[in-house]
Design a protein around this ligand. Structure first.
Ligand code: HEC
Ligand code: HEC
Length: 425
C-alpha cells in the first residue's frame, strides 16, 4: 500500500540500477550535473555496496527479499511521499518531509533535489543530533512526530518501532556522510510582527521564486497550482498578515513550540532560513504584483513561440505518445516547428527528483552514456506540483535540432530513470 504512490517499475528500476539514496550523485550518468551535490555525499561510494546484496545475485537463491523492499529504498519513499503509514493503514498527509527538508543542500540553502530553498533545515546529520527543535525534544522520532502534527495535517504518530519510521532512519543513515555526534541546530523563531525596513519588489520576486514558489507557484500565479494556495488577495495593507504567517505558521495549539503559532499548515521560516530583509522584499513583491487570473484555456503558443523559428524540418508535425512508466506520466508531444515541442494533455505527479525532458535516438536510449541529453537543462523547468492535462512547451536548447534525436523522455536525472517516453513518428 505504501508504494501506491510511486509505481513499482520505478522502484524496480532504482534497485536494478543499484541506486538507493535520493539525491546522491554517485551514479555515472549524473556526473558533472547537479551542482552542489557532487561528491559531498557518502552515498556515492556506498550506493553500490549497500545495494549489491539485493541486485547482483539475481539468479541465485529463491529466498530473496521482494525487489524494492530494502529499508533504504522504502525510506526514501517515506521521505519523499506524502502517503504515510503507522502500520494501521496509509494516510495521505499534506506534505512529504522532502517538501520542507533537504538531505543535501548547497551553502546557500538550495536543496539539491528540487532546487528550492526549503523552510526546514537539512536533515543530513539529523539522526546524530543530541536534541531537536531548539533543545525542546531529545528524540528524533518526537521531532518527526511534531512535524507530522504541526504541518502535515495527519493523525499518524510514529513509535520507534513503526516500519515507516525505521525505513526513514535507514534512508537518512544512508545519505549521511558524517559520523560521531552532530551539533544541535539553533534557530531563531522570529517575532510575528512586520520587521522595520523597506522591501524591494524585484528582489522579492526572485526570493519568492526560490522559497515560496515551491508551494505557491512561480511568481505567485497560483491558478496553475493544484494545491490551491492563493495569496493573490494580499496587498501592501496586509503586509503584517504575511509577516505573521511566514514567521509563525503552524498548529496554533502546538504541543512543541512555546511561541504562539498562528494556525495553518504552512511551515514557519526561522530567521536563518529567511532573513528579515528577504521577507520585506517578498512582501513588496506580493504587494506590487497585479496577479493575472489564470487563463483557463492555455494558449497554444503556435509556431515560433516568440522565437524566429521556421517550420521546415521534415519532422515538423510528428508526434510522440508518452508511455506511462512512473509518476503518472502521460501526454502527446508534437514537433511544432524547428525548435519547439509542445506536449498536450501532459500528466505527471510532480514528485520525481530532478526530472527533466531528455532526448535520445530511440526509446530506451536516454542515458547520457547512450547519447541521451537534456532538452530542458533548467532544472526548474518542471515544477514539483502535479500536472493535470496541461500544455507544456519546450524550446530546444541553442544548437540542438531535430536531427539529433528521435525520442523524448520524462527523465529522472539522478536515478537515470525513464518515467515515460515515446518516439516521434
Ligand atoms: C511543512 C513543512 C515541514 C514538513 C512537511 C516536515 N517538516 Fe520537519 N521541520 C519543519 C520546520 C519549519 C522545522 C523547524 C525548523 C528546522 O528545524 O528546520 C522542522 C524541524 C524538524 C526537525 C528538527 C530539526 C532540529 O534539529 O531541530 C526534524 C528532525 C524534522 N523536522 C524532521 C521531519 C521529518 C522526518 C519529516 C517528515 C515526516 C518532516 N520533518 C516534515 C518543517 C517541516
Ligand atoms: C511547504 C509549503 C509552503 C511554502 C514553502 C510556503 N507556503 Fe505559504 N502556505 C502554505 C499553505 C499550505 C497555506 C494554506 C494553509 C495555511 O494557511 O497554513 C499557505 C498560506 C499562506 C498565506 C496565507 C494565505 C491565506 O489566504 O490565508 C500566506 C500569506 C503565505 N502562505 C505566504 C507564504 C510566503 C510569503 C512564503 C515564502 C516565504 C510561503 N508562503 C511559503 C504552504 C507553503
Amino acid at each position: 500500500m505504501q508504494i501506491a504512490y510511486y509505481s513499482k517499475p520505478l522502484i524496480v528500476l532504482l534497485i536494478a540500477l543499484g541506486i538507493t539514496a535520493c539525491g546522491s550523485s554517485g551514479n555515472d550518468s549524473n556526473s558533472g550535473d547537479s551542482s552542489g551535490s557532487s561528491s559531498s555525499s557518502s552515498s556515492s561510494s556506498s550506493a553500490s555496496t549497500s545495494s549489491s546484496s539485493s541486485t547482483s545475485s539475481s539468479s541465485s537463491s529463491g529466498s530473496q527479499e521482494p525487489v524494492g523492499n530494502t529499508p533504504v529504498a522504502q525510506g526514501m519513499i517515506v521521505f519523499e511521499s506524502p502517503m504515510l503509514t503507522n502500520g494501521e493503514g496509509s494516510r495521505l498527509s499534506r506534505f512529504s518531509c522532502a517538501d520542507c527538508h533537504a538531505v543535501n543542500e548547497d551553502e546557500n540553502g538550495f536543496a539539491d533535489t528540487s532546487g528550492f530553498r526549503l523552510p526546514g533545515h537539512s536533515l543530513h546529520d539529523a539522526l546524530r543530533r543530541p536534541t531537536y527543535k531548539n533543545g525542546l525534544l531529545t528524540d528524533f522520532v518526537d521531532a518527526a512526530n511534531s512535524c507530522l502534527d504541526e504541518w502535515m495535517a495527519t493523525d499518524i504518530v510514529w513509535t520507534p518501532d513503526s516500519l515507516d519510521y525505521q525505513n526513514l532512519r535507514a534512508f537518512l543513515t544512508e545519505v549521511d556522510s558524517g559520523s560521531g555526534d552532530a551539533e544541535p541546530l539553533n534557530f531563531v523563531i522570529a517575532g510575528p510582527e512586520l520587521p522595520d525596513g523597506v522591501g524591494d519588489a524585484e528582489r522579492g520576486r526572485v526570493t519568492f521564486n526560490q522559497t515560496c514558489a515551491n508551494c505557491h507557484g512561480e511568481d505567485g500565479v497560483l491558478g496553475n497550482n493544484p494545491r490551491g494556495i492563493d495569496i493573490r488577495s494580499y496587498t501592501p495593507e496586509t503586509a503584517a498578515i504575511i509577516a505573521r504567517k511566514v514567521r509563525r505558521s503552524g498548529a496554533f495549539d502546538s504541543a512543541t513550540y512555546p511561541e504562539d503559532l498562528v494556525g495553518g499548515t504552512m511551515p514557519f521560516w526561522s530567521q536563518d532560513r529567511l532573513g528579515d530583509q528577504e521577507l520585506l522584499d517578498i512582501i513588496a513583491f506580493i504587494g506590487e504584483t497585479e496577479f493575472v487570473p489564470e487563463d483557463p484555456d492555455p494558449v497554444d503558443p503556435g509556431p515560433g513561440n516568440g522565437s524566429d523559428c521556421v517550420a521546415t524540418h521534415p519532422k515538423v508535425g510528428q508526434t510522440a505518445s508518452l508511455s506511462t512508466i512512473a509518476h503518472g506520466v502521460s501526454g502527446t508531444a508534437t514537433i511544432v516547428d524547428d525548435c519547439t515541442i509542445r506536449i498536450d494533455n501532459f500528466n505527471y505527479d510532480g514528485r520525481g527528483v530532478q526530472v527533466e525532458f531528455y532526448a535520445g535516438s530511440n526509446v530506451g536510449f536516454f542515458r547520457e552514456s547512450q547519447g541521451g541529453f537534456s532538452i530542458t537543462p533548467d532544472r526548474n523547468f518542471l515544477r514539483s506540483n502535479p500536472y493535470v492535462n496541461e500544455t507544456v512547451t519546450i524550446t530546444l536548447p541553442e544548437g540542438t535540432t531535430f536531427d539529433d534525436f528521435n525520442a523524448i523522455s520524462v527523465w529522472c536525472v539522478p536515478f537515470a530513470a525513464d518515467f515515460g517516453s515515446g518516439r516521434f513518428q
